[in-house]
Design a protein around this ligand. Structure first.
Ligand SMILES: [Ca+2]
Length: 535
């Protein structure tokens, strides 16, 4: 995006920020990070960022002696053995020609450790995967300039990153990365996961549906009738009235069942504590009549013994214990971003019992799936004022924004963890596939490994690359191998058409003063908002 275009967006963004400072809203969406910059203040030639940015082909930031070296402080996932000998690190050194000395910090309390490092002493060239918070970025970047502005470096050395941000142009593009002074201090991690953007999904015990010969409900009334049948007709067949028709929890990944049901009444995000947009204006929907109707419906379910009190009080571990109850299945329905959020074994017996339910239609015909447009997160790659060669650091970062890098960083090297797709292999949309996994995605759990970094730092897991993974069209959707495809299909076929993206409040960046004003108000409001569900 050109600078003039950025400047034109200024008035609208400023108005939005002012409105939000006044009402104290912020997005608490689990998947949403980043936000709109308030103003554009291009600074030319004011920092070390300009070092080594001449057009000459030799201005590659080579250090004395010809060896290209960076010192990087990295927040290391505990499952990764050693970043200095890791296979993905060695691959990266080979493709960039840049040797990196990794100083590894455990992720626990990493914000405090970074704060101490920034407060005194010599800084590394780069902080990678250190989860620098929005408030820290304001303080150490905008205010103190311990972290340097990256705009010029990006323009010169990061074509992969610029390309990776193009799909977000409608939401502001590079402006999503800007801090309150209009400059970029941190590179993004890009992970526009389609199923994650409509992740509040209801799952229903299909064995019970068949046992009781029920049709899947499409309205709030039918949903209530289904729950009554679960409550009264002993679908688990043990002769005891022990069924929990509907459950959920407070801290799992989209396991807040009550929030799902709001979508049948109004396009409200409970993850933004009721704040949203209506025709571009910020609104607080918790003052809306329709919210009262939704609460009345929830209250009725609770009073009838259909909604478990745990839905509003228990932890995700408690929900999993309830669903995994060893004697008989107890739970009729619950929401979750994927089945592994209500049961411990993906693809296991209990996991396989549950089928997705489309968003319900309310008494006034309202039918929304909770959704929020994805925006890239920041805080995991910054360059410090002590970096001898910022151009080199940016060149290194640029190498991380390819599909090949994404796979290698997440899962391991080509030929071992994945390969390029062959003719005839298809992706999740039936299109020619781009790549095929050779080992299942391991995430950052399990035993120590040294073949990849896991999903960390900065990367571009683009929509195209994600959808380009080879799928087996005949895979059992309810097996562990079929999980990604199940989530894709469910989102595409049952949820996407009911999205409420237009009503989603974008994440906002606040100045130090605004943070000071907003923080206590936000805490009080969040508590008050939660309490509304109990009355
Ligand atoms: Ca029973």
């Amino acid at each position: 995006m050109t600078k003039s275009k950025r400047i034109r967006m200024l008035p609208a963004l400023l108005a939005l920020c002012v409105a939000l400072s006044a009402c104290g809203g912020d997005s608490g969406t689990p998947s949403s990070d980043g936000g709109a910059g308030q103003e554009d203040a291009p600074q030319e030639g004011t920092s070390e960022a300009d070092a080594g940015t001449d057009e000459g082909a030799d201005a590659e930031g080579t250090q004395a002696g010809g060896e290209k070296v960076l010192n990087v402080v990295v927040g290391k996932p505990s499952v990764v053995e050693d970043m200095n000998t890791n296979e993905a690190s060695l691959w990266l050194e080979e493709v960039t020609g840049i040797h990196v000395n990794y100083e590894q910090l455990p992720l626990e309390n990493i914000n405090e450790k970074i704060a101490m490092m920034l407060a005194g002493g010599e800084l590394p060239d780069v902080f990678l995967n250190c989860g620098i918070t929005a408030a820290q970025m304001t303080q150490y970047g905008v205010e103190d300039q311990y972290l340097i502005p990256l705009d010029d470096l990006i323009d010169q050395y990061a074509p992969n990153l610029i390309e990776a941000m193009e799909p977000f142009e409608a939401q502001g593009g590079m402006d999503l990365l800007r801090e309150v002074d209009g400059q970029i201090y941190s590179l993004p991690e890009i992970n526009p996961c389609f199923h994650c953007s409509r992740a509040l999904k209801m799952w229903v015990n299909d064995q019970w549906m068949q046992e009781l010969n029920l049709e899947y409900p499409t309205t709030t009334e039918e949903f209530k009738e289904m729950l009554i049948a679960f409550r009264d007709n002993d679908p688990n067949g043990n002769g005891i009235k022990d069924e929990v028709p509907l459950s959920g929890d407070t801290n799992g990944w989209y396991t807040q069942s009550a929030y799902f049901l709001l979508g049948a009444f109004l396009p409200m995000s409970a993850y933004s504590q009721g704040f949203g947009l209506d025709g571009g204006k910020v609104v607080n929907l918790s003052a809306d009549e329709r919210f009262r109707d939704a609460l009345a419906y929830l209250n009725d379910l609770y009073a009838e013994g259909l909604m478990d009190a745990g839905t509003l009080t228990q932890t995700n571990d408690q929900l999993k214990k309830l669903v995994d109850n060893p004697d008989a299945p107890l739970v009729g329905a619950a929401t979750a971003g994927y089945g592994g959020q209500f049961t411990t074994e993906i693809g296991g017996d209990r996991y396989q019992l549950y089928r997705p339910l489309a968003p319900l239609k309310g008494p006034e015909g309202v039918q929304y799936a909770y959704s929020a447009p994805y925006t890239p997160g920041t805080g995991n790659f910054v360059i410090t004022k002590d970096c001898a060669d910022p151009a080199l650091a940016m060149q290194w970062a640029n190498a991380l924004y390819t599909g090949e890098a994404c796979n290698t960083i997440f899962n391991g090297v080509e030929g071992k963890a994945w390969r390029y797709a062959e003719d005839g292999e298809v992706g999740s949309e039936g299109q020619p596939a781009l790549w095929t996994a050779l080992i299942a995605y391991g995430g950052d759990v399990g035993s120590t490994r040294n073949d990849c970094w896991t999903q960390m730092g900065v990367y571009n897991f683009s929509a195209e690359w994600r959808a380009g993974q080879t799928v087996d069209p005949n895979v059992d959707l309810y097996s562990a191998d079929g999980m990604e495809f199940l989530l894709y299909k469910t989102t595409k076929e049952m949820y996407d058409q009911y999205d409420m993206d237009d009503y989603a409040l974008p994440a906002l960046k606040l100045t130090e003063d605004e943070n000071f004003t907003v923080s206590p108000l936000r805490t009080e409001w969040n508590n008050y908002f939660s309490e509304m569900f109990f009355n």
